[in-house]
Design a binder for this molecule. Sequence first.
Ligand SMILES: [Fe+2]
Length: 362
Amino acid sequence: MKYFMPVKVYDEDDAVKNHASEIASYGRKALIVTGRSSAEKCGALADVTDALQQNDTEWCVFSQVEENPSVETVMKARDFGLAEGADFVIGIGGGSPMDAAKAIALMMHHRDCGADRLYDASLSSEALPVIAVPTTCGTGSEVTGVSVLTRHEKQTKGSIPQRIFPEIALVDGKYLKAAPMSVITATALDALAHMMESALMKAGTDYSRMAVEQGLRVWARSLPVLEGKRDAAPVDFANLMRASTFAGIAIAQTGTSIPHALSYPVTYDMGLAHGRAAGYFLPGFLAEAPEKDREHLLSLAGFESLASFTEFVHRILADVHIPMNTLERGFHMVGSNAARMNGCIFDLDEAGLKRIIWGAAR
Ligand SMILES: [Fe+2]
């Protein structure tokens, strides 16, 4: 049984400020990787640049990471970072900037390699140091080695084979305050999917379940906020962010399962937010799981039954309608992937996969 989680996590108020000199110690010049505006709006970018400035460390900013970053964006940022002479990478944002930061750090190390090497398993995982600052509560990318990129040539998303774990994760719930509620619920659904999928995979161990079980309890503390029953307090932002980190620790051990695999073509075709796309298939996935496991996971997450959970998901996804051809593409992609189909702790055949996909359709 293996447990590997090499990221130093600081989960606290003012995490960036409190660890400014450690952040700056990774190099002479940081390439800061962000999306277009959220890192600035939530204050994380200013916190990071203040930390670097105080320690006389230079930086440059690449702020063009789109949602579901492409291989092309990674290569553009790599060229920018190399031209600037950056020697470490700080990813600030949701999964997209953090995942991109890892792939950029990899390709900055392999400075002479072209984009074709990104999905080449023979390329070593050596990379420049990466520091991660999450600003949403879903991806868990701050504690995983995974970098998921959009592959236009395959019309889907996929993880690169290399594993690039950040050196430090600076987890501070206050960065969630600036996020719209729709982003908070979508990303919280992503974290929930990570935990439930991880728990229902053969790859799960007592170590990964340790992260799942406590993550679900922490997530459940702020469920009333996601249900719209009360406004979010600072402790809720901290809970949701922490649950997302626990979920990341779990999937760093096990990977993700069927709902995530089905979400990739959906996001590619429709641009549907990742957490919403994965969450769409979660009730159907749970319905296929053994009752004892399902009830245990749902009760830890604060739900009385599969019906109340399904209602919760349907409320969040009320406006989501996935076209039939996209669902069919997902069915063929996942159904023909033996590792995916055989990775669950329960038997899943084509009929079960159809129930997950079309049982969820409303
Ligand atoms: Fe996810």
